[in-house]
Ligand binder design. Structure first.
Ligand code: AN7
Length: 351
């Protein structure tokens, strides 16, 4: 029988016990597919894409959310709360709906991609928009949850990081070993922290022969880990990673330094170009923030920081369908033609 979900698959490596409910929405077990075209263009031995947009709510957040929600249920909590640039709120809202919790999400007003906002609302969460960005929202909900009997499910909740590390396990299982390089977008820095933990855990236990170099991508207008200090008014087209003061800053720095990796900034133009090429050359539609992983890998290959001939994996953290507005700005509406074969043939020949 197929085993569904992160808790069932990795119970022995997660903070779960006999009283933890083994809930699932079917998260995890996402494909890691080879990107032949772009991999060859970069001169890599191989390039794989970890398709985290195929999780139930369309992003990697479900891996950590299932653990955080299971622990909240175990503790008897009735309300979960998060600040979010969108994906955390979509995931929290879906798990809360299914497992009988109240969900409150606090988002930057006007700063969340339309599909993500829609998800939170469709699943019945209370959605509150604040003036200011994600950093202000996170500060406010941390304070709120210190004072009220609510469970905070942002990645400052350690169960989130534990769940998210399972993606590193899956990569090792699917490829047979860890890659040389793991490229990943960095916003609040929970995910890079989680992957590094997962890779170290399997390596320590003899389940992989090497540790990857961790290569993190931040958007140039929201790159606190590159400039070395918090950024007051972060700005980028990649709204998911529009974060100026990452909560897991130290985890990201440790991942970078212990793995002899790097965290670099990529421009919005580089991000959108990487997103476009993933769509047109590899058939994968990820959201802009996710494409920062490929953009930073490409920049690192160009600069020589990553040598050709390496085996690389890019983590594509979320589905492109969540943020149709950003890409549609560069697209034309479909051309209208009469419904007859001759007209279709003329239009095709003229294209
Ligand atoms: C698609 O949903 O922070 O570095 O509130 O949605 O672990 O923060 C989302 C982050 C990358 C960055 N890619 O991961 C939120 C939120 C996508 C994301 C990131 C996010 P972290």
């Amino acid at each position: 029988m197929t085993v569904h979900g992160v808790l069932a698959r990795y119970a022995d490596r997660l903070p779960v016990g006999p009283t933890t409910p083994r809930i699932t929405l079917g998260e995890g077990s996402t494909p890691c597919v080879e990107a032949h075209h772009i991999g060859a263009q970069l001169g890599l031995a191989s390039l794989h894409l970890k398709l985290e947009g195929l999780n139930p709510t369309g992003s990697f957040k479900d891996r950590g959310m299932v653990v955080a929600v299971a622990k909240a249920l175990e503790a008897g909590s009735t309300t979960i709360v998060c600040a979010s640039t969108g994906n955390t709120s979509a995931s929290a809202a879906a798990f809360a709906a299914r497992f009988g919790l109240r969900c409150v999400v606090v988002v930057p007003g006007g700063g969340v991609a339309s599909g993500k906002l829609l998800q939170a609302q469709v699943h019945g969460a209370l959605v509150l928009a604040i003036p200011g960005g994600f950093d202000a929202a996170l500060r406010a909900v941390r304070e709120l949850c210190d004072e009220q009997p609510f469970t905070l499910v942002n990645s400052v909740n350690p169960h989130r990081i534990e769940g998210q590390k399972t993606a590193a396990f899956e990569i090792i299982e699917e490829l047979g070993d860890a890659p040389d390089v793991l490229a990943i977008p960095v916003g609040n820095a929970g995910n890079i922290t989680a992957y590094w933990r997962g890779f170290r855990e399997y390596h320590r236990d003899g389940l992989s022969s090497r540790l990857p170099r961790m290569v993190g991508g931040q958007a140039a207008g929201a790159a606190p880990l590159v400039v070395g200090h918090a950024v007051r008014d972060p700005e980028t087209v990649a709204s998911a990673i529009r974060i100026g003061d990452p909560a897991s800053r130290q985890g990201a720095i440790d991942a970078r330094d212990q793995s002899e990796g790097l965290i670099d900034a990529v421009t919005d133009a580089e991000i959108l170009d990487a997103q476009h090429r993933l769509a047109t050359q590899e058939g994968v539609f990820c959201e802009p923030a996710s494409a920062a992983s490929l953009a930073v890998l490409e920049k690192s290959v160009r600069s020589g920081a990553v040598a050709p001939g390496q085996r690389a994996v890019c983590v594509l953290t979320g589905s492109g369908l969540k943020d149709p507005d950003t890409v549609s700005r560069a697209l034309q509406p479909p051309r209208e033609v009469p419904a007859d074969a001759a007209a279709l043939a003329r239009a095709i020949l003229a294209a």
